[in-house]
Design a protein around this ligand. Structure first.
Ligand code: NCD
Length: 318
């Protein structure tokens, strides 16, 4: 989406990772890496965005994404306002823009938006004043760009050579914005072997995820991979899908220690959370030595700091 950029080529909005240039992705990951600290150490803080205001506008539930955007903004010295809005879908589009204009009048510089409807971040981006940036914090099943970046950062910390990696994304691919943003970022970073693993009803359309191999068997999908990325079953995005119940799903697609043994011995296990333990992942795996799930959460703040810095840097100097 070329409208993510300003006329001078700098990043203004972050709505999708699709066709984001590799050097920009690498720069954001490099910057974020410089902001990661071991647990127990104080995270870096600065006044780089002092005087800027970031608004979190969430119409879908969120814990990690909302809190980490808030902490990221605060650790850069920005002011933060949080709005958790319950909007009926009938009036949603209009109400969302009215809320956005209100925030704009209050001198908000960046709007962080999560919404269940496709196209909302792009619509807002098309209607805000030129100095305002829009960052998607999750758009329907379509995109979750900062999650994609934090997933790439997490992989890079353990497996820096993307061109040698086998990555399996497992579970409800069809309804997952996390999977779509992962597909975009891993593709751009040149991952050698990207697999999607799902029961047939949770596979995406054949036109999507081009270049990935598709596996309906978890055993074949996990064979020899370096990274296993598990996904939550998105029941809230399923209208008429006849899904096996939790026990049956776990029997075929749950990540157990035995199944993880099919991956490489040094494989890492990821999950964006919230997790359904005992449905898509066994607790022994989620809390086990190969799990990097808590690293993902920590990396989320660093990535969001890097992104906020990138889109608001011109303002900080202004
Ligand atoms: C994900 C989301 O909301 O898309 N969670 C997150 O942001 N960490 C994944 C999910 O809800 O399953």
């Amino acid at each position: 989406m070329s409208t993510q950029f300003r006329a001078d080529g700098s990043l203004r909005h972050l709505i999708t990772l699709e066709s984001l240039p590799r050097p920009l992705i690498e720069r954001l990951l490099e910057r974020a890496q410089g902001l990661v600290r071991p647990l127990g150490e104080r995270p870096p803080v600065s006044r780089a965005l002092a005087g800027c205001t970031v608004a979190n506008l969430f119409t879908e539930p969120s814990t990690r994404t909302r809190v980490s955007f808030e902490l990221a903004a605060k650790r850069l010295g920005a002011d933060v306002v949080n709005l958790e809005v319950q909007l009926s879908s009938r009036v949603k589009g209009e109400s969302m823009l009215d809320t956005v204009y209100t925030l704009q009048s209050l001198h908000v510089d960046a709007l962080v938006i999560r919404d269940a409807e496709t196209g909302v971040p792009a619509t807002v981006a098309a209607n805000v004043a030129p100095h305002v940036s829009v960052l998607s914090a999750g758009e329907a099943h379509v995109a979750h760009p900062t999650q994609g970046l934090l997933d790439a950062l997490t992989v890079r910390q353990y497996k820096p050579r993307f061109d040698r990696l086998s990555i399996a994304i497992v579970g409800d691919i069809r309804h997952s914005r996390v999977a779509r943003s992962a597909f975009h970022v891993f593709g751009t970073l040149g991952v050698a072997d990207l697999r999607i693993v799902a029961p047939p009803v949770l596979m995406p359309e054949p036109t999507e995820f081009s270049g990935c191999t598709r596996h309906t068997s978890l055993e074949s999908g996990l064979d020899g991979v370096d990274v296993v990325m598990m996904l939550r079953i998105q029941k809230e995005r399923m209208a008429q899908i006849d899904l096996p119940d939790g026990d049956r799903y776990y029997a075929s697609y749950g990540l157990t220690p035995e199944r993880l043994a099919l991956a490489r011995p040094d494989a890492i296990v990821m999950h964006p959370q919230p997790m359904n333990r005992g449905i898509e992942i066994a607790s022994e795996v989620a809390d086990g030595p190969r799990s990097v799930i808590r690293d993902q959460v920590r990396n989320g703040v660093a990535v969001r700091m890097a992104v906020l810095n990138e889109v608001l840097a011109w303002r900080a100097g202004a």
